[in-house]
Design a protein around this ligand. Sequence first.
Ligand code: G
Ligand code: G
Ligand code: MN
Ligand code: NA
Length: 250
Amino acid sequence: LLMETNLNKALERKEFVLLYQPIIELNNNKIVAAEALIRWQHPDLGLIPPARFIPLAEETGLIKPIGYWVIRTVCEQLKLWQKQYGMQDFRIAVNISAIQFEDEDFIEKVKQILQETNVHPSHLEFEITESVMQNIEKSMAILGELRTLGIHVSLDDFGTGYSSLSILKHLPINNIKIDKSFIDDVKFADDETIVQNIIDMSQNMKFKVVAEGIENEIQLNFLREKQCDYGQGYFFNMPLPVLDFEKKLV
Ligand code: G
Ligand code: G
Ligand code: MN
Ligand code: NA
C-alpha cells in the first residue's frame, strides 16, 4: 500500500528515469537503435526495477500516464541526440503495456506527443509482446494505424507466447525480437535449431530479426553466422544512463 501511494506521486516527483540499451547491427557493429528501459529512483528504496512496479502500475491504471511520460521523454531525447550527433537513422524503442496499447486515445496521444516534440515518427519504435494483442482484430487495426503513421513496431519476447504463425505473417510489424531464453540456449549445436529457425522464418516473412540477451562471443558468432540482423545484450552494453550512452556515440 505504501508503494502504491508512492507510485502515485512518483511522476510529479520526477522519480522515474530511463536507461538506454544499445541495439547493434551485427554485420558492422554499429549502434542503430536503443531500447528505453524504465527505472524508479525511489528516495528511500533506491533504484527499483520495472518488474517490481510495472505490475502495480498496470493494476492501478497508472501505467497510462507513466507510459506516455516514457514516450514523451524518449521523443525529447531523440530530438536532443539528433541536434548533438545527427543520427538520422537512429531509433529508440519503447515497451508498450497491453493497457496502454488498448487505450482508446493511444494513437491520438502518440500523434500529439510527436507533434509537440517535433519528432518524425520513423525514429520511434514500439515493442509489443504477443500477450499485448489480446484481441487480434483490434490489435491489427492499431498496428495498421501505427504503420500508416510510420512508427516501427517490434514483436518482443518472441517465442514465449502463443501467436499462431499464420497470424504472424499478416501482422503489420517490422521486427521480431527473439526472446533471451532462446539465446541462452545457444551453447551447443543441438540447442541452436530453434534460434536458426526463428531467424529463417522471420526473414522469409520479410521481418528484421533482433536477438536479445547476447552475453557471450559464442552466441554472437552463431548469430552472425546465421545472419541475424541486430542484437543487444550485456556482451555489448548494459542498459545505460544518458551520459554513458552518449560516450558510445562519439
Ligand atoms: O529493464 P529490465 O530488463 O529490468 O525490464 C524488465 C521488464 O520491464 C521487461 O519486460 C521490459 O519490457 C519491462 N519494461 C521496461 N521498461 C518499460 C517501460 O517503459 N514500459 C513498460 N510497459 N515496460 C517496461
Ligand atoms: O521484456 P524485454 O525484452 O523488454 O526485457 C528486456 C530486459 O532484458 C531488460 O530488463 C534488460 O535489462 C534485460 N537485458 C538486456 N540484455 C540482457 C542480457 O544480456 N542479459 C540479461 N540477463 N538481461 C538482459
Ligand atoms: Mn523489450
Ligand atoms: Na524480451
